[in-house]
Design a protein. Structure first.
Length: 445
């Protein structure tokens, strides 16, 4: 065993698969076996592996300027161009962009900018943040506190109270509905719970509400119709900012430019990006805020002498150049529409799996989906958490990489360049794995 401490891994079960190379939507292990990368790595390799344009862009930028920073008045053209490009794309007024290296640090940056902003406008008490049960927003100390998954909180002693983290209901109807209530009644109940939380805590103490438009690691939760419209109405009523975490859903994943577009979220005050921003060819993230927030921060920073936040690699010129080229490819190749078309095909091909004895729900939008597993379809009793892990292993055996998520589900998130023929191959391998798992069930023996 090597000296690596592995991320998001059972430390008693490491180095079970060594990925050696990739090409298109496929990766190959060190024994030469081919797999469809059905998770686009970690929801990120949108353009697949071995994209020559991105490799050439990386090389050219390394040769021209391998590194320079953005501290103390310095800048560079790739960073300026990328910020302007993003600001023109997003559904925000006069957006301003702060660059980092990962989705986690983008969300950390937002927490700091929220505090800076409300201090600047004379509302220092407005610092609490509402996240949701089953949320995932990263793993750093602050972003990890916004995350609600047990594995990311246990043993880490997250400073929830110090950071003012509040939690409200997750919007997953399949798991969250009570007494056979309708989807509309479910939405009304959990949005009312949100409003009551705000009133108990005091609206004057709450800065923002954070949500992934469609969740990723928490199980690809697609909220029911009307959820975000009603949430935004409550937030506007109490002067609370909407913060869209688009680290997974940004740039075509849901079949639109942003998850906000897909889910009908209007003009968020803040947006977080990473992953598909560079197709994972270079680490880069972006934390965007609306223009009036930025304007309020200028005078305080001048008084101090600097805006005292920034990373060594904020706006790394290579990362910015790669991200610019990635966005160019998306637009030139019409990949958001491609993702919508192939995504609709994937969702349609997945739907018949709801008839499988182990599948309780199929959900998703565009090229992101999840299957929820049950032990009893009559009352939707959730399966043991060992079942998704076993199904993922069987998928891997058949040459497909998927990911167990949220305890009782597996997720699919293939690259945006995936074709309908690739989807057929994915469904075939997934079906084989489901049938393998069914054969292992006690009632099937």
């Amino acid at each position: 065993m090597s000296a690596v401490i592995y991320p998001t891994t059972n430390l008693a079960a490491t180095e079970q698969m060594i990925i050696d190379r990739g090409e298109g939507i496929y990766v190959y292990d060190n024994n030469g076996k081919q797999y469809i990368e059905g998770m686009a790595g970690l929801w990120c390799t949108s353009l697949g592996y071995g994209n020559k344009e991105l490799i050439e862009t990386t090389t050219r930028q390394l040769e021209k300027m391998s590194y320079t920073h953005m501290f103390g008045g310095k800048s560079h053209q790739p960073g300026i161009d990328l910020a302007d490009k993003l600001a023109a794309m997003v559904p925000m007024d006069n957006a301003k962009v702060f660059f980092g290296n990962s989705g986690s640090d983008a969300n950390d940056t937002h927490i700091k900018m929220l505090r800076y902003y409300f201090n600047a406008i004379g509302k220092p008490e407005k610092r609490k943040i509402i996240t949701r049960e089953r949320a995932y927003h990263g793993v750093t100390v602050a972003a990890g506190s916004l995350t609600s998954l047990a594995a990311n909180l246990t043993h880490f002693d997250a400073p929830l109270e110090a950071l003012g983290i509040l939690r409200t209901d997750h919007p997953h109807y399949f798991r969250g509905q009570q007494n056979n209530e309708s989807e509309a009644a479910f939405v009304d109940r959990i949005v009312n719970n949100l409003e009551q939380l705000i009133l108990r805590e005091g609206p004057e103490t709450i800065a923002a509400f954070i949500a992934e438009p469609i969740t990723g690691a928490s199980g690809v939760i697609v909220p029911p119709a009307g959820y975000y419209q009603k949430v935004q109405a409550v937030l506007e009523k109490y002067d609370i900012l909407f913060w869209a975490d688009e680290v997974i859903t940004g740039f075509g994943r849901t079949g639109n430019d942003f998850g906000c577009t897909t889910m009908g979220i209007k003009k968020p005050a803040m947006m977080s990006f990473a992953k598909q921003l560079s197709s994972a060819y270079y680490p880069i993230s972006a934390a965007l805020i609306k223009g009036d927030m930025y304007e309020a921060m200028i005078a305080p920073s001048a008084k101090v002498g600097i805006f005292g936040h920034g990373y060594t690699y904020s706006g790394h010129p290579v990362g910015c150049a790669v991200a610019l080229k990635t966005l160019e490819i998306y637009q030139r190749e019409n990949l958001f529409q491609h993702a919508a078309t192939v995504g609709n095909y994937m969702q349609k091909k997945l739907q018949p799996l709801i008839q499988h004895p182990l599948v309780g729900e199929v959900r998703g939008k565009g090229l992101i989906a999840a299957l929820e597993f049950v032990s009893d379809k009559n009352n939707n009793t959730l399966a043991d958490t060992a079942l998704p892990a076993y199904i993922a292993q069987r998928c891997q055996h058949h040459g497909l990489i998927v990911r167990p998520v949220a305890g009782t589900s597996i997720a699919l998130c293939p690259p945006l360049i995936t074709t309908t023929e690739n989807i057929d191959e994915i469904i075939s391998k997934l079906t084989l794995a489901l049938n393998d798992a069914l054969d292992m069930q006690p009632s099937s023996r």
